[in-house]
Ligand binder design. Structure first.
Ligand code: NCD
Length: 313
């Protein structure tokens, strides 16, 4: 593989830290990782390395795919799955926890309820920190696997009509993804009830980069022309007032009826978990690609770990 771009020792905190060239390189390495991710071939590129998984919020895919990626490459994993089981419950600060875990492993993967926690951790830690979701902030490794899935399915991301649907206010996946998609010249439409539309500061940042996203509350406005529908869960746990959640719960539900107007090759993605935004009947249509998307977390995270920890690819 080309060594023209070096990721050795780099933190992964935000998509804004990456160029399009960086992302394309990571996707190329991810592609090469697929047979290893499936267990068809083995290469212990990270033998002896230790990954420190700190997950202070619920997770299934992100945590398990980082673990799986590490084990597939011969690395070991130490982890904490609940802040209540650590000295944080005794009043230890995140900074102290990070300083210490830093000396126990070679890279830290952090999921935390507060925006900015990963940046803080990266500033403190000598070893690289990978943001696995910080509050409503961002989720860059999810974005890398989302882009990888789109590129695999569509050949190229340039010029695609992509609709991001659901909770664009609190959803960190769509914050990172829209940042990255502007680098690929995709045409973005944000579909959300007014109270859950994309935050203004993100829109301003996108416009500054030359992207002119369209906003609507209606799925009908996008269903015919979309190449990719990226559906998200309404983030119930982030609403300060439960009655506000009740007002928007169940706003969008994709079923076979909704899809009658869609392009034949429309791709439906979802970072998962889903609640009720996609009816199970959609799962067996040619549009449903979200489980394949979830698998892609393994090769993409293998690629990232190798690049950051210096595994010879
Ligand atoms: C997402 C997250 O945690 O932000 N899940 C994931 O990592 N695949 C999406 C969500 O929780 O809705």
């Amino acid at each position: 593989m080309s060594d023209e771009i070096s990721f050795l020792g780099r933190d992964v905190v935000s998509m804004r830290d990456f160029t399009r060239k960086d992302i394309e390189f990571i996707m190329d390495v991810s592609e090469a990782m697929i047979p290893y991710a499936k267990g068809e071939k083995t290469k212990r590129l990270l033998n002896g390395k230790i990954l420190g998984n700190l997950f202070f919020e619920p997770s299934t895919r992100t945590r398990l795919s980082f673990e799986s990626a590490a084990y597939r490459l011969g690395a070991s994993v130490i982890d904490v799955l609940q802040a209540s089981m650590t000295s944080i419950a005794k009043g230890e600060t995140l900074v102290d926890t990070i300083r210490m875990v830093d000396s126990y492993c070679d890279t830290i993967v952090l999921r935390h309820p507060h925006d900015g926690a990963s940046r803080l951790a990266a500033n403190v830690s000598k070893n690289p920190v990978i943001n696995a979701g910080d509050g409503t902030g961002s989720h860059p490794t999810q974005t890398l696997l989302d882009l990888f899935t789109m590129r695999r399915l569509k050949g190229s991301i340039d010029g695609l009509n992509i609709a991001l649907v659901g909770d664009l206010k609190y959803g960190r996946t769509v914050h990172s993804l829209s940042d990255a998609l502007t680098m690929f010249g995709a045409k973005l439409t944000f579909v959300a009830p007014e109270s859950l539309q994309m935050p203004e500061d993100i829109i301003t940042g996108l416009k500054r980069k030359g992207c002119k996203p369209t906003q609507t509350a209606s799925l009908d406005d996008v269903i015919e022309d979309s190449d990719v529908l990226y559906i998200t869960r309404i983030q119930k746990e982030r609403f300060p007032d439960p009655s506000e959640y009740q007002k928007v719960a169940g706003t969008y539900r994709i079923n076979n009826e909704t899809l009658r107007q869609a392009k034949k090759d429309l791709v439906i993605l979802h970072p998962l978990p889903r609640v009720d935004e996609i009816a199970p009947e959609v799962d067996i249509t040619q549009h449903a690609r979200y489980f394949e998307q979830a698998f892609n977390g393994i090769p993409v995270r293998m690629a990232l770990l190798c690049l950051i920890l210096g595994g010879e690819i």
